[in-house]
Design a protein around this ligand. Structure first.
Ligand code: IVH
Length: 697
C-alpha cells in the first residue's frame, strides 16, 4: 500500500512555500489526491465532453480543495485547479486570444454565503457608496462563447478555453440560428458573450436518434452542446439545432455609453441578440435574491433548457469597475448553485416491493446521498425491462436523479466505475414476502404476486383501506398493521371489524387507552361515504376519482357488485381497462367474502351519508381547470360531487360548464370554447354550488 512521506510530497516541490507545520499527513495527501482527481475530471469534462461524475460531485471535490487551501494558504500553487478557468484549449482548433479575459464565477451554495458576499462588497466599497441594485439571471448550463462582430459582421467565435485563450469555433457558431450573422446599427467592434446550449427537447431527439443508430448517447444537454460545438465538421453542429443566450459584453468599440448591466441586456436585445427574459433587477438585497431563487427553483422543470444556478451581478457598471476582479472571477458577480438534481452513489442492492394489489416493483437500495434537496436512500427502478435497458447491477456506481418533487430514480450506471465481473441482476422468481412464484402476464411490464394471502399484500391492502382518503381509521399505523398481520389477527380488511380487542390488550405496546382509541376509530369508519369504501378496497387501477364516479353511478355496493361488464364500459370517463378490473374484482370469491364481512359489520354500503346538502347539480357534469382562490382542486370537485354532480377530468360534448381558475393548463379552455361549453369564473362557480344554475355571461 502507498504510504505517504512528507519528504516526497509534491507540494514541497511545486513552487509552494512549503508544508505548514500544523498540517497533518492526511491533509497533505488529500490535497494532492483532490488536485489530481479534479484535473482528471476536468479533462473528461472540458476536453472530451464526456464526464464520469456529476457536476454536483465535482463541486464537492472543488469545495473540499478550496477549504483545505484556505486553511493552509501556503500550499496554494498556480497550477492548482482552484486557480484555473475551464480546460486547456485543444490543438484541433486555432487558438483565439481573448482581448478581455473570459472569467469564471465564484460559487455560493447557501443564502448565508450571498449575505456574506454582499457584506464583503460593501466593505470594499466603503460604507458611503452603496452597491445599489443587483441583477439576477439564470445560470444556463451550456458552454460559454464569445462572438465578435466588426462593423456589424460576425467575424469570429471562440470558446472560453482557459479564460485567456479559447478555440476558434466560428464555423460551428455560424450554424446556430439564434445568433445573427449581421447586426444593423452595430458599433465598430462588439464582442458578445453568452452561453451556447441545447434545448432539452432537442437533446432528447438527439439521443433517440443515437439509440436507433447505435451511436453513443450524451449524458446531458450540456455535454451534447459542447460536443457539438467542438467538432471540425460544421454539418454536425448544424444538425443539432444549438441555441444561444447573450448575457455579457466583452471588447466594445464605438457603442453608446451604458450605465448598468440591465441596460446592457436591453441593448443586446435591441441589437437582435437572444437575451433570456428572466433577468430581474433586485433592489431589496438578500430578501429579493432569496425570493428569485426559490421562485426559479420551483419553476425549473417547466423550462425546455437547463440551468443549474442563479447568477447575481451588481447592476451599476461603475460600481462593477470599482470592485474589479481576482485572477479568476469578477468580484461583482457570484453564482448561486441550486441543489444538485443528480448525484452519484452506490447501488447496494435491488429489492422488490409488493403493492396492495400484488404488483412487484423493483427499487434500488442506495448508499444515502443528498440530491434534489433531500437525502435519498431508495429510488424506483420501475420494472424488469427498465432495469435491463439501463443495465444497472448491485455494486454499480449509479447516477440518481431527483428533480422537483418527483420520486427519485436511477438514471443509469457509471460504466467506467463498474468492478470487473459484476454479475447482471435477474428478476427474482419468488415473492420476497410469501415465497410463492411471481408471474409476469404476457404483454405487461409488471411482475405480480398472485397470492391473495401474501402478508405483504394484506398489509398493503389494510394500509390502503385505513388511509385518510379512504376509510380514515386513526390509530392504525403501519407498525400496528404489521403486528396484526404477523400475529394472524387480520387476513383481510373485513377482519378489522371483528378484531379481538382482549387479545390486542395483551400485546406489547397496547394499553386500555390505546385499545379504546383504536376501537372508537374503527367504529367511526363504518359510516364513511361509499366512494371512500370503493377506493379503500384496492381494486387495481381504481383511484379516488373513479371510486367516486362508481359510487355516484350505482349508489350502492350491491348494484356495483352485480353490474355487467358492458354497463361498466359505458360509464363516461372510466375506460375499458378499469371497467374490466372492477368487473373481475367483484367476481373473485375472496373479495365477495370480504364485502360479506363488511356488510355484517354494519358498514355503510349504500351511497354517501346524507350531508344535508341539496343535490342541485344532479345530472350535471362540471370540469374544473386552474387554481381557485377559495378551494383546492379536490375541495372544488368534492363540492360538486356532494351536490350530486360529476367532475370529470376533461371537457367533452357532455360537459355542462367549465370552471376557470388562475393559470389553467392544457387545452380545456380552447376545447370548451370550440364546443360552446359555458365558462364560469370562481364567483359564478360559487353561485352554481348554491343554486345549480349556470350563469352565462
Ligand atoms: S456571466 C465575468 N452570466 O457560468 C462573468 N455566466 O462559472 C462571466 N454562465 O463561464 C459569466 N449563465 O459559462 C454569466 N447568466 C450568466 C451565465 C453564465 C451561465 C456560465 C458561463 C461562465 C460560467 C462561470
Amino acid at each position: 500500500m502507498f504510504t505517504f512521506h512528507r519528504s516526497t510530497s509534491p507540494i514541497l516541490n511545486s513552487g509552494s512555500e512549503g508544508v505548514p507545520a500544523n498540517m497533518s499527513e492526511d491533509e497533505i495527501r488529500r490535497i494532492e489526491e483532490l488536485r489530481s482527481l479534479i484535473q482528471e475530471h476536468n479533462v473528461a469534462y472540458y476536453e472530451n465532453d464526456a464526464p464520469t461524475i456529476s457536476d454536483a460531485e465535482w463541486d464537492l471535490l472543488m469545495q473540499e480543495l478550496k477549504d483545505l487551501e484556505d486553511k493552509f494558504p501556503e500550499t496554494k500553487t498556480p497550477d492548482s485547479p482552484t486557480e484555473q478557468i475551464g480546460g486547456s484549449p485543444s490543438n484541433i482548433f486555432s487558438p483565439v486570444t481573448h482581448s478581455v479575459p473570459m472569467m469564471s464565477l465564484d460559487n455560493a451554495f447557501e443564502i448565508g454565503e450571498l449575505e456574506q458576499w454582499i457584506k464583503k462588497l460593501q466593505r470594499k466599497l466603503n460604507s458611503d457608496s452603496p452597491i445599489g441594485d443587483l441583477v439576477c439571471e439564470l445560470k444556463f448550463d451550456g458552454l460559454a462563447i464569445s462572438v465578435r462582430y466588426e462593423n456589424g459582421e460576425l467575424v469570429q467565435a471562440a470558446t472560453r478555453g482557459d479564460g485567456a485563450v479559447g478555440e476558434d469555433v466560428t464555423h460551428n457558431v455560424l450554424t446556430i440560428e439564434d445568433i445573427p450573422k449581421t447586426i444593423g446599427n452595430a458599433p465598430e467592434v462588439l464582442e458578445v458573450r453568452g452561453e451556447v446550449y441545447l434545448r432539452i427537447s432537442e437533446f432528447e431527439k438527439l439521443n433517440a436518434i443515437a439509440e436507433e443508430t447505435g451511436a453513443k448517447k450524451y449524458v446531458n444537454p450540456r455535454n451534447a452542446a459542447a460536443g457539438s460545438l467542438r467538432q471540425k465538421d460544421s454539418r454536425i453542429a448544424a444538425q443539432r439545432k444549438l441555441s444561444f443566450w447573450a448575457y455579457q459584453l466583452g471588447d466594445v468599440v464605438g457603442a453608446p455609453e451604458l450605465n448598468s448591466h440591465y441596460a446592457t441586456l436591453d441593448y443586446l436585445r435591441k441589437l437582435g441578440l437572444p437575451v433570456n427574459e428572466n433577468a430581474q433587477r433586485i433592489s431589496n438585497g438578500v430578501k429579493g435574491l432569496e425570493r428569485y431563487i426559490s421562485d426559479f427553483k420551483l419553476k425549473k422543470e417547466h423550462f425546455d433548457y437547463e440551468f443549474d444556478g442563479i447568477v447575481i451581478k451588481v447592476d451599476d457598471l461603475g460600481t462593477q469597475g470599482r470592485l474589479g476582479a481576482t485572477a479568476k472571477a469578477p468580484r461583482w458577480a457570484i453564482a448561486y448553485k441550486l441543489p444538485p438534481e443528480e448525484q452519484v452513489t452506490t447501488l447496494i442492492d435491488i429489492e422488490i416491493s409488493i403493492g396492495a394489489a400484488g404488483s412487484a416493483t423493483p427499487f434500488a437500495r442506495l448508499e444515502p446521498v443528498f440530491v434534489g434537496g433531500v437525502t435519498v436512500s431508495t429510488a424506483t427502478l420501475h420494472n424488469e425491462d427498465q432495469i435491463r435497458e439501463k443495465d444497472v447491477r448491485p455494486g454499480d456506481t449509479v447516477i440518481v436523479r431527483r428533480a422537483g418533487e418527483v420520486i427519485p430514480e436511477v438514471v443509469g450506471p457509471v460504466l467506467e466505475k463498474r468492478p470487473t465481473g459484476l454479475p447482471q441482476w435477474n428478476f427474482p422468481e419468488n415473492c420476497p414476502s410469501c415465497g410463492l412464484k411471481l408471474s409476469r402476464p404476457i404483454g405487461e411490464a409488471r411482475h405480480r404476486c398472485t397470492n391473495y394471502s401474501c402478508p405483504r399484500q394484506i398489509r398493503g391492502r389494510v394500509e390502503h383501506f385505513s388511509q385518510r382518503t379512504a376509510m380514515d381509521i386513526e390509530h392504525l399505523g403501519e407498525q400496528t398493521i404489521d403486528l396484526f398481520v404477523t400475529k394472524g389477527l387480520i387476513k383481510d380488511v373485513g377482519d378489522l371489524y371483528s378484531l379481538d380487542f382482549e387479545k390486542i390488550k395483551s400485546l406489547e405496546g397496547f394499553g386500555d387507552l390505546s385499545v379504546e382509541n383504536l376501537k372508537k376509530a374503527i367504529t367511526l369508519s363504518k359510516s364513511r361515504p361509499l366512494g371512500n369504501l370503493i377506493f379503500g378496497l384496492s381494486i387495481a387501477h381504481v383511484g379516488r376519482t373513479n371510486a367516486d364516479l362508481l359510487a355516484s353511478e350505482f349508489g350502492s355496493m350491491e348494484k356495483l357488485m352485480n353490474v355487467g361488464l358492458e354497463e361498466l364500459e359505458e360509464i363516461e370517463g372510466l375506460g375499458p381497462v378499469i371497467a374490466k378490473s372492477v368487473y373481475e374484482f367483484f367476481r373473485a370469491s375472496k373479495n365477495k367474502e370480504v364485502i360479506g364481512k363488511l356488510s355484517e359489520a354494519g358498514i355503510n354500503l349504500s351511497g354517501p351519508i346524507d350531508d344535508g346538502l341539496e343535490k342541485v347539480l344532479t345530472g350535471k357534469s362540471i370540469v374544473i381547470t386552474g387554481t381557485l382562490k377559495g378551494f383546492t382542486r379536490d375541495e372544488a370537485a368534492d363540492a360538486v360531487k356532494k351536490r350530486g354532480g360529476k367532475c370529470p377530468g376533461s371537457v367533452s360534448g357532455k360537459t355542462d360548464a367549465l370552471v376557470l381558475g388562475e393559470n389553467p393548463g392544457g387545452s380545456k379552455v380552447s376545447k370548451a370554447e370550440q364546443l360552446g361549453v359555458p365558462i364560469l369564473d370562481e364567483m359564478k362557480f360559487e353561485k352554481l354550488l348554491q343554486t345549480g344554475e349556470i350563469e352565462l355571461s
